[in-house]
Design a binder for this molecule. Structure first.
Ligand code: TUI
Length: 309
């Protein structure tokens, strides 16, 4: 399954790990890269120096390609954008915004730039600005999301741009990978399944919450003020939804969730913390190594696509 994406990034398999806040640190990123996919360090809201340290620790663990996700709403985005250049990172993905202002700097440094977008309009814009590939992320994803589904967004983005497209949102096995290829994608981004990987450092409670999740356990908070975030239903989401319905301001609600993702990932408080996960959580049933996940996805997708040809 060699594609323009595997070629561009120098990876063995068309599987890219999501740049998930707090979750995508150097243990996970290096394990995914070692298994032949593209591991990502999630910059999230971390200061530039923390990301620099993670980049160096990833390099100690793997000689294979890896990338950094720059979360554009972060107060440290400018610093992280410079750190990736200084540290010679080869691949950058971006989320939660338009990376236009960093494109020239990154391209001049020879970085392969992959903005993750949730609309055709932004996909066109980043294509014109010189992006090397585009991530098309459906609303099935965990975390900060757009409105369109993966099934509808991916073919529309494929038609709108000339660069190769990576499908994201709702993909966690070989069936999803094969389906994404049928929609015209040339790689997939996988988040939630890697959260429960053996090498993932998230708290055991968080992993168990995903493993036990049912199809209908996924909810979206923050729609009313334009910051939709998908996570698993718990006491926090019930309180949040209640306050949202009462018309509480964004600032008041932010106070409720401040540090809430960290509380869930690091401390294992899956009742009051934010348990970000995609809608596919209901299908994920066990902890496996990154290599087992990637090998299983590839074998299943290859068998399906052989039958489809
Ligand atoms: O970025 C993501 N997923 C994320 S970022 C994140 S950290 C966070 N947590 C809470 C609130 C906000 C951020 C958790 N998950 N995925 C890529 C993605 N980008 N999905 C949607 C978008 C997006 C949305 C609006 C990209 C651009 C955009 O507008 C751009 C513009 O300026 O027109």
């Amino acid at each position: 399954m060699n594609t323009r994406i595997t070629e561009l990034l120098g990876i063995e398999y068309p599987i890219i790990q999501g740049g998930m806040a707090w979750v995508a640190e150097y243990h996970l990123a290096s394990a995914v890269s070692e298994a032949g996919g593209l591991g990502l360090i999630g910059g999230a809201n971390a200061p530039g120096e923390v990301v620099r340290d993670y980049i160096r620790k990833t390099k100690e663990r793997t000689d294979k390609p890896f990338g950094v996700n720059v979360m554009l709403m972060s107060p440290h985005a400018d610093d992280v954008a410079k750190v990736v250049v200084e540290e010679g990172v080869k691949v950058v993905t971006t989320g939660a915004g338009n990376p236009g202002k960093y494109m020239d700097m990154w391209k001049a440094a020879g970085i392969k730039v992959i903005p993750v977008v949730a609309s055709v309009a932004l996909a066109r814009m980043v294509g014109k600005a010189g992006a090397d590939a585009g991530g098309a992320e459906g609303t099935e994803s965990g975390g900060h999301i757009g409105e369109a589904t993966t099934m509808t967004l991916v073919p529309q983005v494929v038609d709108a741009v000339n660069i190769p497209v990576i499908a994201a949102g709702g993909i966690a096995d070989g069936r999803g990978l094969a389906a994404a290829f049928m929609l015209g994608a040339e790689a997939v981004q996988v988040g939630t399944r890697f959260v429960v990987a053996k090498e993932s450092i998230v708290h055991e409670n968080y992993k168990q919450r995903i493993i036990k999740a049912k199809d209908i356990d996924s909810v979206v908070t923050g729609r009313s003020h334009g910051h939709p975030v998908r996570c698993l239903r718990n006491q926090m989401t019930r309180e949040y939804t209640q306050l949202e319905q009462e018309g509480k301001s964004f600032e008041e609600l932010e106070y409720l969730t401040l540090g809430a993702l960290r509380n869930a990932v690091v401390d294992g408080d899956v009742a009051h913390g934010t348990v970000m996960a995609g809608q596919i959580a209901g299908m994920i049933s066990k902890e496996q190594t990154c290599k087992e996940i990637i090998d299983e996805m590839m074998a299943q997708a290859e068998a399906l696509l052989k039958g489809a040809r």
